[in-house]
Ligand binder design. Structure first.
Ligand code: PNS
Length: 162
């Protein structure tokens, strides 16, 4: 019998949205262990520091017994190899996501041929969601309570002072 799959679901998660959470829920049913990994990106100027993003992810995924939350630096494929993960999980919302995802998947496979990228299509009710839009709407005073988990909504309010 093959060993249970370990998969990495990497991203910025700045912040986690209900679209990410849907992917975590569906992805966790397909693999033995799902590691949600927050990129410690030194180039982007994030709204939330990595520790807070990890915390919000942990608070929002307590019901999934095979989901772990971590953060990583450097190349994703090196981190995946270090965690003995054979799969990278990514979501695709619309055709506009496809090109960048294809490029990443092919480059990652060139660097580490043993690691496959598996894509899940975003559920239709979340296919319009992005962290960037959530931040913009929240900053401009809009209601994002149906776009993000409760733990994120609370911190967004604190962060933007509403
Ligand atoms: O949520 P995002 O910002 O779309 O996630 C992008 C992420 C974190 C998956 C990507 O930027 C990444 O893997 N970065 C780590 C550095 C790396 O491996 N770069 C080469 C990718 S081909």
């Amino acid at each position: 019998m093959p060993a249970p799959l370990i998969a990495i679901y990497p991203g910025s998660f700045d912040p986690l949205t209900n679209g990410h959470l849907d992917l975590i829920a569906r992805g966790s049913l397909l693999v033995g262990q799902l590691i949600v990994a927050v990129l410690e990106n030194t180039q982007k100027q994030p709204l939330f520091p990595v520790a807070e993003r990890v915390e919000m992810l942990k608070q929002s995924t307590t019901s999934f017994t095979n989901v772990e939350v971590d953060s990583f630096q450097g190349l994703l494929v090196d981190y995946a190899a270090h965690r003995q993960a054979g799969v990278i999980l990514r979501g695709i919302r619309a055709i506009s996501d496809y090109e960048a995802e294809l490029q990443m998947a092919l480059l990652n496979r060139r660097m580490r041929p043993g690691i496959e990228t598996i894509f899940l299509m975003a559920s239709e009710q979340h296919s319009f969601l992005s962290s960037r839009m959530v931040k913009e709407i929240a900053t401009l005073g809009g209601d994002v309570s149906s776009f993000v988990p409760a733990a994120v909504w609370k911190r967004l309010h604190v962060k933007i002072g509403r």
